[in-house]
Design a protein around this ligand. Structure first.
Ligand code: M6R
Length: 593
């Protein structure tokens, strides 16, 4: 993860760097730092915690026009100032996003040459190696090239050399980096949001390209041959992102879900009865492999259940970090669907590349325009969730489920009418709004003092349980587990005793009675049951509290059922006074493997 920014131009570098870092804070917020030239010398400022702590330390009156900055999500070494970027060894100062896997080996060799290390990071070692190679070559381009030939891993580096106070160098391999320009100014950043206040024109770097920025921008390939690049233009308007009337981004984003669903499904529906056949290409595949991480994986799991019900296609669902290492059996009838809000998740991106190397067709379901997965997949469907700031995904998750709901409708429409499903989909935003207007704080009060919470359900309800459970633990730090309702009795039911909270989801009428039996099993062991269902005609009381949602098409219902779970998690975390938008140890975009 980590966010990096660089600047060379005629404005105040400290201001541009720290503002850029604020836009990239979603990538990590353990610590941050900047390095800039002032009177031909490099000055470094660092702070632990959020960017505002760094901003408080900086003297903005100093006149600097060139610098680099970093916001960290710790991978190697504790969160302390020694491990905080920028790192400086000898004449080299740099910031890094990625992981140098062979840093241990490099470190040992450099120690033999007399290098001593102050921290525990792979980045400090990378910095030392570039310094070592610079001492040998007295040429920055050669020193960088030699060093990247040694590095194994992923990186985006922004590099300063104390001998060259008017130059900025950069290189990347499997970590995102853009070079943006505006007249005489050059900006470098991990991601587009950091530069959108200044320009929307940028270059993309290929792996192992090296850039030297002096009076102009010079690109070199890995053999140091000078190359030219095409300018790209970011066409999406620079939306001013703010919390508005909400206390947290997460609450704001949950409240946008009705609109997000409307926007995401609109391009696929012609009218109440007609479904746009944009998914025709899916017919030629015999196997679909869905790959994703975290909540995107949970959305994919719902996709698997839905599509399997209405098609003969074989659907496989995979966690991206596992998928990479399994034995693959692709053929020309395999489609690999990668789901990712950010489009930058390292494991999902690696999975996409494996599929492509093996000639499988790939489809990205992505929220961020022009992100790596969006660019590299053969086809892309953009979810229309808009920028999602809270680390815990809510609206983007629902928009991913919406796409799978449409795909399942496409398969269903081949054999059956989907008129009622389309009607329910059309009315869904209004039903979501009704739920958003209900009070879920009362449920949060029942939970926030608990140490453990269990979620149980079957099939799609189980997939919803997984997402509900992840949301709760991620933002409220309450341990929770999602169980397939029938599985609990095979071991974990021993954890249920008086007042253990169990959230039971039961929205599938075909298996409803089975789930009810499982709820009775936990109830008879003392559990306090919060029951979420769409069944208005409950005959007996086997629960303690009820959450009733509308009974709508099973193809649409998951998007409704998840909202109470998102809101309960939010209010639990709020009661616990947690840092809801930036939970500890997490980052919005997970760009390390
Ligand atoms: O950007 P992506 O959708 O690829 O991210 C995948 C996961 O890291 C993400 O969904 C994560 O689980 C969320 N923080 C959950 O709220």
């Amino acid at each position: 993860m980590c966010g990096i920014v660089g600047y060379k131009g005629n404005k105040n570098a400290q201001e541009i760097l720290t503002n850029g870092l604020s836009c990239l804070e979603y990538r990590g917020y353990d610590s941050s730092g900047i390095a800039y030239f002032i009177n031909n010398k490099i000055k470094i400022e660092k702070a632990i915690g959020q960017i505002k702590n760094l901003k408080n330390k900086i003297n903005y009156k100093e006149k600097s026009n060139l610098g680099i900055g970093h916001t960290r999500w710790a991978t190697h070494g504790k969160v302390n100032l020694d491990n905080c970027h920028p790192h400086q060894v000898g004449k080299i100062t740099l910031v890094h996003n990625g992981i140098i896997e062979n840093y241990g080996e490099i470190k040992k060799k450099l120690q033999q040459f007399g290098y001593e290390f102050y921290g525990e990071t792979d980045t400090e070692v990378a910095c030392a190696l570039i310094d070592y190679n610079y001492k040998k070559t007295s040429n920055m381009l050669k020193a960088i090239k030699k060093s990247i030939n040694t590095f194994i891993g992923s990186y985006a580096f922004l590099i300063l050399c104390s001998d060259e106070c008017d130059k900025l160098y950069a290189t990347r391999n499997n970590s995102p980096l853009i070079v943006a320009l505006n007249n005489e100014e050059t900006f470098l950043a991990s991601d587009v949001p950091a530069i959108l206040n200044y320009t929307n024109k940028y270059y993309l770097l290929d792996n192992k390209d090296i850039v030297k920025i002096d009076e102009k921008i010079n690109f070199y390939d890995e053999n140091l041959k000078q190359v030219t690049k095409k300018i790209k233009k970011y066409e999406i308007e620079n939306i001013n992102i703010s919390k508005g009337k909400y206390k947290h981004y997460m609450l704001k984003e949950i409240n946008e879900i009705d609109d997000v669903v409307r926007k995401t499904v609109a391009p696929f529906i012609i009218d109440e009865n007609t479904f746009q056949s944009k998914f025709n290409f899916l017919s030629k595949f015999e196997k679909i492999e869905i790959v994703a991480c975290g909540s995107a994986y949970h959305a994919g799991l719902i996709g698997k259940y839905l599509i399997e019900k209405y098609s003969d296609v074989n659907i496989d669902i995979n966690i991206a970090s596992e998928y990479r290492y399994k034995k693959h059996k692709f053929n020309c009838k395999t489609l690999v669907i990668i789901i990712s809000q950010s489009g930058e998740t390292a494991d999902s991106l690696a999975a996409l590349r494996i599929a492509k190397e093996n000639n499988a067709k790939t489809l990205g379901i992505v929220n961020v325009y022009e992100s790596s997965i969006a660019r590299e997949a053969d086809d892309v469907i953009y979810t229309q969730a808009g920028p999602e700031v809270a680390v815990a995904t809510t609206k983007a998750y629902v928009s991913q489920v919406a796409i799978f709901s449409l795909i399942a409708m496409y398969f269903k429409s081949k054999n059956e009418s989907i008129k009622n499903d389309l009607k329910d989909l059309k009315n869904l935003p209004e039903k979501i709004r009704n739920i958003l207007n209900k009070d879920f704080q009362k449920f949060a009060k029942l939970i926030y003092k608990q140490n453990d919470v269990f979620f149980i359900g079957r099939q799609i309800d189980y997939a919803l349980c997984m997402e509900g459970s992840l949301k709760l633990k991620e933002i409220s730090y309450i341990h929770s587990e999602a169980y397939a309702a029938g599985e609990l009795k095979h071991g974990s039911i021993s954890l249920i005793d008086n007042n253990t909270v169990v959230i039971a989801i039961n929205t599938d009428k075909d298996i409803s009675l089975k789930t009810i039996s499982n709820i009775k099993e936990v109830k008879s062991r003392g559990a306090y049951v919060i029951y979420l269902t769409n069944d208005k005609n409950i005959k007996e009381k086997f629960y303690d509290k009820l959450i009733l949602i509308d009974n709508i098409s099973p193809l649409v219902s998951p998007m409704l059922a998840i909202i109470p779970l998102q809101l309960i998690s939010y209010y639990v975390a709020n009661l616990k006074k947690c840092n809801i938008d930036k939970p500890k140890n997490l980052a919005k975009s997970v760009t390390v493997e």
